[in-house]
Structure formats: C-alpha cells, structure tokens
Design a protein around this ligand. Structure first.
Ligand code: PMV
Length: 332
C-alpha cells in the first residue's frame, strides 16, 4: 500500500493573538485566540512513509532542510506515527506561496498541512478536533488553520491539552467582504522565533499580566463583532490587541522589536486613511509585515494608497478562506 498523501492548508492571521505558553512541550497557551483563515496564503505538503527509505528527507520551498528546522518536522512525524505500530522514515516536500518565517504564519499552514497529509498517509481517520490538537503540537497557530473562516482556539484547562483546540465561529462565506491587505516590507527570516519570543515575554515583561487581564474581554468582543459583522468593532479590537501584544514584546529583557521603520510608516498611513474617513485597521504578528483590515468597497482605494509607499515591496489580498483539505495532486 502506498503510504503517501498531500494536503493544502491556508495560513491564518489572528485577530486576537496567542502569545505565551503555559506548557511548552504540549504547546498549551495562557490565552484563547481568534483568527481568520486566509484564502490566498497557502502551503501544500506531500508526505510519504516508506520502509525502503534509509533516512527522513525534508524539502521546504525547493531546499533540503537540515538541523533544527528538519528536527521540528521529524519530531512531528514521530508524534503522528504514535497512531501506528511500526515507525518508518518519511519524505516530506512542502511549498508555500509566501515567504516563510517572516511573520506571515507559515508555521500555521505548514504544520496544519503536514498533520493532515501525514495522518492520511498513515491511513488514519481523525476528527477535526483531533487534527487541531495534533497540529497544535507542531505550532500553536496551526491548530486554527485546520478550520476555515473565523476560528477560536480555546485555551482549555486540562493538563493533557485534550480541550485546547480550535472551533469554528463562522464559515468562510459568512463575511466574504472582509478583506486583508498583507503588505510585505521584508522577506528576511526573523531573528527571534515566536517560540523564543513568547518564553522571553512570559519570563521578563512586566506587562504580560496586563495582557492576560484584557484577553477574555477582547475574545468576547471579537466573537460579537464577527457574528454581527460589526467591522468597526472588529478593527478596533484587532488593532488594539496587536499593539498590546507588541507592548509586551517591546518590554522584555532584552527587548524584542519585530517592527521595522517601514512597519511604522504603514501603521501611520492606516491611521491617516482612517482620519480621512476610510475605515481600516492594522494588525501585526512576530515579523515586520503589516496586515490591513478593511471592507471590500474600500479595498481598491486603500490598496493603491498603501502601494505608493516606498517601503511596500509587495501586496497580497486575502479574504476568509477554507479549511485544510486533501488533494491527489502530489508534489512528488
Ligand atoms: O504558532 P506560532 O508559534 O507561530 O505563534 C504565533 C504567534 C502570533 O502569530 C504572533 C500570534 C497568533 O496568534 O498567531
């Protein structure tokens, strides 16, 4: 039997962020988070397990990876193989249509695709909840990419993490006008990974308890904004939540500053556009790219204004996207 399968996962951007782990082995967060799965940033991954292979091989975006990056994938393959009796080596090939490790949640789509493809290659059938939990073990944000549309990752409270998984708030067709302009200002890989950044923040930022104090209220308001399609509320909460998360990063010792000067230029342009009556808001993750939220009617105007800024190297337009799915179109 051919033990090979391919999955495509969309990336997701959090509207209420996950930042900080209460258990770093199981990847259990201190706070719940909410995201939008994106329709146009995706990762396709083929996994083949084969008794004939003499080692694991991992190819990401055309390059064979080694060291820590390979170890992270192999560790995940080991987790998936806990479902079967015999452990064998695997070949993994993965391609994303956007830069990795640059604050665009490549690990979210990457581990969601790896989990579904790997589980299918092992001929296992898991529920969405089980897939979300397993994807979470690769990268926290991957737990949310398993589902489409608007998604909540409930932090859960059980020590084994069995209640820490994503659930869908609304499907992708609930609010198709909601748009995200992803501006690319640098494709350089970040120097501080989100794993290191989170742990340093929890340990050293005096603002981290304040971050946790306002999270539940942000989650509740965001759920309301999504279900009622209240764009102003969604934008205000998302922007404020991102700034609060970055305030915890900026106040760690040593400081973690993912912003570049170009990031600030775009954030200020968003505020200017708003003052001019164009409803738009920004959010940022563990990288310099700024993502702008707006509604379809304002998309073209906002996009062309932002495009004129020298610091913007590229722009990608996203709308709510679908859940992770299987395809027969293998990469090898
Ligand atoms: O899942 P990770 O380890 O890539 O962390 C994601 C962290 C943020 O992107 C900053 C926030 C989030 O909720 O996606």
């Amino acid at each position: 039997m051919l033990m090979k399968a391919t999955a495509i996962a969309n990336s997701n951007i959090a509207l209420v962020k996950y930042w900080g782990k209460r258990n770093s082995d199981l990847i259990l967060p201190y706070n719940s988070s909410i995201s939008m799965t994106l329709d146009s940033l995706n990762t396709k991954t083929t996994v083949e397990f084969n008794k004939e292979f003499s080692d694991n091989e991992v190819i990401i975006n055309g390059k064979t990876v080694e060291g820590e990056e390979k170890a992270r994938v192999v560790h995940h393959l080991d987790l998936l193989q806990e479902f079967v009796t015999e452990k064998v080596f695997a070949k993994v090939k993965s391609e994303s249509n956007f830069p990795k490790k640059a604050g665009l949640a490549s690990s979210a789509s990457g581990f969601a695709a790896l989990t579904l493809a790997g589980i299918k290659a092992l001929d296992q059938n898991l529920t969405t909840k089980e897939l979300s939990i397993l994807s979470r073990r690769g990268s926290g944000s991957a737990s949310r990419s398993v589902l489409g549309g608007f998604v909540e990752w409930n932090k859960g409270s059980l020590p084994d993490g069995s209640d820490s998984h994503a659930i869908q708030i609304e499907k992708e067709d609930h609010w198709p006008e909601l748009s995200m302009i992803v501006t690319i200002i640098s494709t350089e890989e970040k120097k501080v990974s989100s794993r290191v950044g989170m742990s340093q923040t929890v340990k050293t930022s005096p603002f981290y308890p304040a971050w946790l104090d306002t999270i539940e209220s942000d989650v509740e308001k965001m759920k309301k904004a999504i279900s009622q399609k209240d764009f102003v509320l969604l934008g205000q909460i998302a922007e404020n939540n991102a700034l609060k998360m970055h305030a915890t990063m900026h106040t760690t010792v040593p400081p973690i500053i993912y912003w570049e000067s170009g990031s600030l230029t775009i954030m200020k342009e968003v505020i200017t556009l708003r003052e001019e009556g164009k409803e738009c808001y920004f959010t940022m993750d563990a990288g310099p790219q700024v993502k702008i939220l707006c509604l379809e009617d304002d998309l073209e105007v906002i996009k062309s204004r932002v495009n004129k800024l020298d610091v913007v190297r590229d722009i990608m337009i996203c709308h709510p996207g679908k859940q992770t799915s299987l395809t027969d179109d293998h990469l090898f």
